[in-house]
Design a protein around this ligand. Structure first.
Ligand code: CA
Length: 232
């Protein structure tokens, strides 16, 4: 289990961002350790065993992606990328080489805190078997074992593929799931580039699960990257 005060390692070279995040996160009972360089960050990650790592990509001594890669070679601590690079390819690459989430600067503290909490929840679950079998968010309920979905206590009928897609998002609730992951999990390695199939299935799911499919509350699009199932 995480400590009562989870420790966050922030690897970020900009002093004013560190100061701002330190104040905001410490006021929410997180413990902060900080590094302005990638090399020191890696050392602190090894010596302090943080619960979550916040990692800037533009660091003075090495690329944040290299820090990510080196970290991942020995450590499974959730890593949230904080970056001014808003390009989809950067996000996808970071997620593919092991980042758990990605926030583009500027972001709100509320958003960051929510992502940190999701990351902590997931890291406290050592394996899939410990995931609750019933997922609830707002008026949506998904029973993973019974393959049952209800909205406002009314049963919703989903096709097998729709359920499969929803189940993947439920298992990673609150986290960003890339197109590639979704395609691979649903259609296998041959799923390839069929992102338009995903769009169709997501649209069908939204029509069944969202009050207003044009302004989804649960099935959130992460532009250019994938989807995220909102946790209430
Ligand atoms: Ca920077």
């Amino acid at each position: 289990m995480a400590a009562i005060y989870p420790t966050i390692l922030m690897i970020e070279d900009e002093e004013h961002i560190r100061r701002f995040l330190r104040h905001s996160l410490e006021s929410q009972d997180f413990r902060l350790i900080e590094s302005a360089t990638g090399a020191e960050g890696l050392t602190l990650a090894a010596s302090h065993h943080p619960d979550v790592i916040l990692l800037d990509l533009g660091l003075p001594d090495m690329d944040g992606l290299e820090v990510l890669q080196r970290c991942r070679s020995w450590n499974t601590t959730p890593i949230i990328i904080l970056s001014a690079r808003g390009k989809d390819q950067d996000k996808i690459h970071a997620l593919e080489i092991g980042a758990d989430d990605y926030l583009t600067k500027p972001f709100s503290v509320g958003e960051l805190t929510a992502r940190i909490k999701v990351a902590l929840r997931h890291s406290n679950r050592p394996n899939a078997a410990s995931i609750e079998t019933v997922f609830k968010s707002g008026s949506l309920m998904v029973d993973m074992q019974e393959h049952r979905v209800t909205l406002n206590d009314q049963p919703v009928h989903l096709t097998p593929t729709e359920f499969k897609l929803l189940a993947i998002l439920v298992r990673k609730a609150g986290r960003l799931v890339t197109w590639k992951e979704l395609l691979g999990d649903i259609w296998g390695p041959t799923g390839g580039d069929s992102t338009h199939y995903l769009r169709i299935y997501i649209s069908q799911l939204r029509h069944k699960l969202e009050e207003n499919p044009a302004r989804p509350r649960y099935l959130i699009t992460e532009a250019g990257v994938g989807y995220r199932l909102n946790v209430d």
